[in-house]
Design a protein around this ligand. Structure first.
Ligand code: SF4
Ligand code: SF4
Length: 205
């Protein structure tokens, strides 16, 4: 699984050790963003960085796991309640003159937002490589919610991130030799390209 280095600019103290140790010049960029095309994923920079500003992340994420519709619906309902909670807390915070209450409500609003975001992630949204996130982004590009919508960045994300859970063909894992493969588009029954196992020996992914 390919890994690449990413630098957290807020933690970077610019002592430049990573520039010296990188064997491929990937850390030496004008905008301080590590060049993902040059990075070979060796991890030397992350080990050398004294501020722990560099993390190694995997580049190709596995397809998200499908959840039962009833579970996704329950998660969405919970997220909706959290959104209402956030809205109510913000209204109270903006209308009160009590400083303590305002601070408390701001904290409630923030925590509701964080929980809602987690819930939506659990429900399958906000994974950048998932079809529902990319479809949502495409719909926002088609009908931007405001003039400030970052159209250029949104288009860039859409053209850069490959969807990994939408394929016309089925994906299988062979339980005999553990090969994962996509079925051929030839109308034949799927069979393992390595050991030719068929039927119950194949697990649909
Ligand atoms: S070694 Fe770490 S702190 Fe130093 S420049 Fe590189 S990322 Fe920044
Ligand atoms: S992981 Fe290796 S190749 Fe990539 S930026 Fe760090 S030192 Fe350079």
């Amino acid at each position: 699984m390919k890994r690449i280095a990413v630098r957290n600019l807020r933690l970077c103290t610019k002592d430049c050790l990573c520039l010296y140790v990188c064997p491929n010049g990937a850390t030496d960029t004008e905008d301080s963003i590590i060049d993902k095309d040059k990075c070979i994923g060796c991890g030397v920079c992350a080990d050398a960085c004294p501020s722990k500003a560099i993390s190694m992340v995997i580049q190709d994420y596995p397809p998200q796991q499908k959840k039962k519709e009833s579970v996704v619906n329950a998660i969405n309902r919970l997220a909706e309640n959290k959104a209402k909670e956030e809205k109510a807390a913000r209204q109270i915070a903006s209308s009160t003159t009590d400083n303590n209450l305002r601070r408390l409500m701001n904290a409630v609003a923030r925590s509701s937002r964080l929980v809602a975001e987690d819930l939506l992630r659990e429900g399958g949204y906000m994974l950048p490589q998932s079809s529902n996130s990319l479809d949502l982004l495409a719909s926002l590009i088609a009908a931007p919610p405001s003039d400030e919508f970052p159209m250029k960045a949104a288009n860039e994300i859409l053209s850069t991130i490959e969807c990994n859970d939408r394929t016309g063909r089925g994906k299988y894992r062979c339980t005999v030799c553990f090969t994962e493969f996509e079925e051929e588009d030839d109308g034949e029954k799927p069979s393992c390209p390595m050991c030719h196992a068929e039927g119950k020996a194949l697990e649909k992914l």
